[in-house]
Write a protein that binds this ligand. Structure first.
Ligand code: HEC
Length: 118
């Protein structure tokens, strides 16, 4: 009787553990092969951190409002966001917007390495 009760506890528990570890594995596989695209990955970062200054008509600075502009400026963008934050040229300006996170910067770097799909 006792044994049976123990089994009914152990079986669902082990199923749960197996399930968790396989779904974790799938997730990290996905991240490694993920293809970065402008529309789904890059544009939201720019839209969040570089507005309004770089988005016309309100923004008067180097326009970064579409694929062609961001692609043409990716070198300068990566340079600016990776400067030391006390540099005068650091983007976005420190007192205006939070700096990009390491994850966001790595999305931009990977996008450039993968030849910048739209
Ligand atoms: C609060 C307004 C503001 C925000 C937000 C902002 N910028 Fe800027 N940006 C400026 C100004 C002002 C300049 C011109 C002065 C300078 O070169 O530092 C500039 C210049 C630049 C330049 C140089 C353009 C050139 O012609 O050489 C790049 C590249 C740039 N920003 C990228 C970015 C990126 C990428 C973001 C978002 C992560 C961003 N900026 C967010 C105001 C902003």
């Amino acid at each position: 009787m006792k044994k049976i009760r123990l089994l009914t506890l152990i079986i669902p528990l082990s199923l749960l553990i197996v399930n968790c570890s396989t779904s974790k594995k799938r997730k990290s596989d996905y991240v490694e092969v993920k293809k970065i695209s402008y529309k789904t990955d890059v544009e939201p970062i720019i839209a969040n951190s570089c507005t309004p200054c770089h988005i016309p008509p309100q923004g008067k600075k180097e326009p970064l409002e579409n694929y062609d502009h961001v692609k043409a400026n990716i070198g300068a963008i990566l340079e600016r966001v990776q400067l030391p934050q006390d540099s005068r040229k650091f983007m976005p300006p420190v007192n205006k917007k939070p700096a990009l996170t390491a994850d966001q910067i790595s999305v931009l770097v990977k996008w450039q390495q993968q030849n910048m799909t739209e």
